[in-house]
Design a protein around this ligand. Structure first.
Ligand SMILES: [Fe+2]
Length: 180
């Protein structure tokens, strides 16, 4: 289950309904998939062959089709990041910059953990959404954010796109952003 940390106050929100209510108030879509459906050899496995990636996508085919039908996604893929990823450190440095794009950013975590840092509406300021396996999140278009890994440095996630070129990151210069 996702957990929220509001950076200005250090308040944590972890009860399921409170997390859902908070994210809904921020127009962040939050859903959950049952990752116990995954065959055992694909659970918490971060180094996947192309055939295994296809197997993960096939496991969640009905969830992907359902999301796509509701929200207009046309294409999807599966990404893996772990210490086995070449240049992971450099990649994470690139990730950790606040940006926006004209398409929403949707991720369904099928293994591992990740974190979205999002600029909240009004005076909420930046908040973290800590995600684990099963969490599905969509950061709305044009909302300032970035994504990175957590201490375990490993994730597998489905990405869905309305159109691939709608997802070019625009840097978002924000003097109020403070790295945690
Ligand atoms: Fe993004």
């Amino acid at each position: 289950m996702a957990e929220i940390r509001i950076r200005n106050t250090n308040e944590r929100i972890s009860a399921d309904q409170d997390v859902r209510n908070f994210l809904e108030g921020q127009e962040v879509v939050y859903e959950h998939w049952d990752t116990s459906k995954l065959p055992a050899h694909l659970q918490e496995n971060f180094v996947l062959s192309d055939a295994e990636k296809a197997e993960v996508l096939a496991t969640f085919d009905s969830e992907i089709k359902d999301l796509s039908a509701r929200r207009g996604y046309q294409i999807w893929d599966l990404i893996t990041l772990s210490d086995a990823t070449p240049n992971l450190g450099d990649l994470l440095k690139k990730f950790e910059a606040v940006h926006t794009h004209t398409e929403d950013e949707i991720r369904a975590i099928t293994a591992g953990k990740g974190i979205f840092i999002i600029k909240g509406a009004g005076d909420v300021g930046y908040f973290d959404v800590e995600l684990s396996a099963g969490d599905v999140i969509s950061v709305p278009e044009n909302k300032a954010h970035f994504f990175t890994l957590m201490d375990n440095r490993a994730i597998v996630a489905v990405r869905l796109f309305i159109e691939a070129n709608g997802w070019i990151a625009e840097p978002y210069e924000d003097p109020s952003f403070v790295k945690a």
